[in-house]
Design a protein around this ligand. Structure first.
Ligand code: F6P
Length: 361
């Protein structure tokens, strides 16, 4: 193991730089191994001049930095790569070129830090003979086979702090505050933000909601003297029998379907059925930005170190993961099997219901 590559793919999230730092530091100190940073996700293995040496000197000071110093892309899938031919966009499979470029860089292995999309690409490249290891990142916490992804706890912290602020203005005006949070098709961010930020109702994709039940909760609170309520809505939540709210459809070789809009729909319905004043806040990319919390810095560091150890042990085609307190690894094949959804009949959902939080069911 003389030279390894590292890239960050998909949407950014707090903690990416902490992983890059750990990869560079441990590769250098433990294995005397060189690290090449690949820029803008898989784009860096398709387009020329998008790689650079990363020495321990280069990564000084990046532990608390949000985003990724390498840049990222969620439109750079080598198996469905968008190219412009005669002014027209075409989608091509450039995976063989990626393997060739990986080889001409003289790399012994590639660390792919990414969410489900990038890890699936890593898995496909592995099947073509590329020695990859994966590191699970995403604020959504939806990756199978790891208890938690880095970035998630920071996002929950940011969103919970937003709820604290909304409580004070909601109380002053006796309003209902609806807060739409990210999370794609799973409700982890909404669930933990709602509990951490003291919400009265939490709507998640795993539990299609009945708006009448949400409104009853708010009206009951009003009757008992609580004239303000907070409702956290996951962007992927939907009413019973209804559809997920989509802002933009997915594009071939481009970004995935973009969710959003359910917060405003829920807000409008609550206003109509409770006759209370409602305001809607969409937290959006605020949840992805900023410095990682200490938990995420530590998890990212553990993941980065473990990824380099896995390369040294030739554990290719695997992803580092957290199981309880232990860092382990799991086959990328198992990761590709689906999404980690919130269990609806145990754990945190039950805890929340025990303290009176409504899920609209
Ligand atoms: O997967 C992370 C995430 O932030 C989701 O929660 C959200 O739906 C999506 O990415 C937003 O993506 P983009 O940055 O492309 O708008």
């Amino acid at each position: 193991m003389k030279k390894i590559g590292v890239l960050t793919g998909g949407g950014d999230c707090p903690g990416l730089n902490a992983v890059i730092r750990a990869v560079v530091k441990s590769a250098s100190a433990k294995y005397n191994c060189e690290v090449i940073g690949i820029e803008d996700g898989f784009d860096g293995l398709v387009l020329p001049n998008k790689t650079r040496n990363l020495t321990p000197w280069d990564i000084r000071g990046i532990l608390p930095l949000g985003g990724t110093v390498l840049g990222t892309s969620n439109r750079a899938n080598p198996f469905k790569y968008r190219v412009i031919v005669n002014d027209k966009t075409e989608v091509k499979d450039v995976s063989k070129e990626v393997i060739k470029n990986f080889q001409s860089l003289g790399l012994d292995a590639l660390v792919v830090i990414g969410g489900d999309g990038s890890l699936n690409i890593a898995h496909e490249l592995f099947k073509m003979g590329c020695p990859v290891v994966g590191v699970p990142k995403t604020i959504d916490n939806d990756i199978l086979a790891t208890d938690v992804t880095f970035g998630f706890n920071t996002a929950v912290q940011t969103a919970s702090e937003a709820l604290d602020r909304l409580h004070t203005t909601a109380e002053s005006h006796h309003r209902v505050m609806v807060v739409e949070v990210m999370g794609r098709y799973v409700g982890w961010i909404a669930l933990e933000t709602g509990i951490g930020g003291g919400a009265d109702a939490i709507l998640i994709p795993e539990i299609p909601f009945d708006i009448a039940k949400v409104c009853k909760k708010i009206i009951d609170r009003k009757k008992s003297g609580n004239r303000a309520s907070i409702v956290v809505v996951s962007e992927g939540a939907k009413p019973i029998g209804g559809e997920v709210s989509v802002l933009c459809a997915s594009e071939a070789g481009g970004s995935a379907e973009r969710l959003g809009g359910i917060g405003n729909k829920v807000g409008a319905d609550i206003g109509k059925y409770t006759d209370m004043e409602v305001r809607v806040t969409v937290l959006g990319h605020l949840q992805r930005g900023g410095s990682p919390c200490a938990f995420d810095r530590i998890l990212s560091t553990r993941f980065g170190v473990a990824a380099v150890d896995m390369i040294s042990n030739k554990r290719f085609g695997e992803m580092v993961c957290l199981k309880g307190q232990r860092i382990e690894s799991v086959s990328l094949n198992d990761v590709a099997k689906g999404q980690k959804r919130v269990p609806t009949e145990e754990g945190l959902v039950k805890t929340a219901e025990s303290i009176g939080i409504s899920f609209g069911r």
